[in-house]
Write a protein that binds this ligand. Sequence first.
Ligand SMILES: [Zn+2]
Length: 81
Amino acid sequence: MGDFDPDIGEGLDPDGPSAEDLDRFGSEFIACPNCGKDIYDQAEICTHCGQAVEEKSGLPPLWVMIVLAMVVFAVLFFLTL
Ligand SMILES: [Zn+2]
């Protein structure tokens, strides 16, 4: 008795990034539209040639989405008054 140490940690400081981190940052690559080299899917600028990378799916920029969301919420809010 007494030798048992309950503090021997599980999951305190795992080495390296967690699975969630890897998932968040993503591991997918796309080809740069300018130089054709592989770059991160979420990269805004090609790390090889410096060319700005267009959104592949044609979605509007994030701020547009945010503004639209705010407008929708505002409309819904006033409709419920
Ligand atoms: Zn490039």
